[in-house]
Ligand binder design. Sequence first.
Ligand code: PLP
Length: 465
Amino acid sequence: MTGSLQRLGDGAQAEHEQAGVRLARRDERILDTEVHLEAAAPEPAAAPRREDRRLLQLPHAEDVAPERPAFLLAARRDGQLHVVHREELERGRRGLGHSRHASEAPGRRLSGVDDDLLALRDACDRSLTGHGEWRPETLLATIPRDTAPDRYGSGGVVAELEAEVAGLLGLPAAVYLPSGVMAQQVALRVHADHRGRHTVVCHPDSHLLAHEEQALERLHGTVLRPAGQRARLLLRADLDAVAERPAALLVELPQRDLGGQLPPWDDVVEQAAWARQRDAAAHLDGARLWEAAAGYGRSPAEVAAPFDTVYVSFYKGIGALAGCCLAGPDDVVAEVREWRRRLGGTLFGLWPGAASALTCLRRRLPLMPAYLERAHEVADAVRDLPGVTVVPDPPQTPMLHLLLRTTPERFAAAARRLAEDGLWTWAQASITTDPGAVRVELPVGDATLALGLGEIRAAIAALAG
Ligand SMILES: Cc1ncc(COP(=O)(O)O)c(C=O)c1O
């Protein structure tokens, strides 16, 4: 990567300058950044691939590049957003008679929640969370033009990604799958088949219990057994309550629903040892393993070491297109490949997701310590605000949760006002058991680095108000 502009802490400065990242001053606001990506394979021509990462997209006719979408949003002085056909912009005809309100535009029915809010998001020039890269053209730019395609998951960039991820995790093999839901179900099924047992022990808030429609039970005849308590991390001592010999222990690092908390490292090692002593597999839900590695100050391979199998995701902290890898011993990974086929996951071409993953992994894995440092800075900037609680405080990984003393309705109205001013925060907040408080998740990424801390503080104050 060359020429990108990031705001990093002083400590991380030398390291990132070495990586070709120009540093912004703490008070410098980044509006227009360009990233020139190094090729996964040698560049065929002299022209470098260029990813346009301008967050501001209020187009003027002369700005509209040919590859841009047919319809674009234009904000008017009255604060209303209008969808305008690109040809109109190119002709410089942006009068009311030639535009439509955002909600009338084709293809706007994205969530069914609030289409106007999504239209507002598209027009925002700043984002508080993650990398702020939800636009298809930005994500497609993470696929190098000279990508070597796979055929049904074999060869090409898919094989290259699998080898790179196995190496990063220090495990013998890895297989690419379209989703973490598929990857983990299959890995746990294979562990259960090998052992002739059917129980998987996990935290009560495991993704498999909360968000996968009982897939393990209904598709694979395997039962999830929650251990420990929902409101805190699973610890080795909680496993003493489990008398039966399970097929596997499933550990999530970090625990997403607890704001990205991490158990003490020694406890993680002891949990895995508990599983091994019972001839159960130790499986890591590493959807955010890259973030956990930064939090522990350990390499991804060190975090993976206590586990038999590890799932890692590429579209969360890494910011690529959807997709993941499942890594582990050769025989387990070979069986997971067979199950990927059986379940319809071995698409004719898996290369778009894999190529995007490789680009973004190489770009963002080295930035995880900087994202973590910014998570600390965000916590420092907002913890004294009335009605704001940071969870965990201080953050342990490059993400945090905020509990805000407000109602979902007041929160949504404030988020909309911020979006109208060009700052995207959240579409909505989660309710909590306290009717007077809502919760939001703040994954820290490029967009969070690019915002000034003053603006972050003001936004959170407005949302909590
Ligand atoms: C902790 C955790 N595990 C697993 C998954 C599933 O990943 P995917 O969306 O790739 O199926 C998610 C997705 O959010 C997650 O947060």
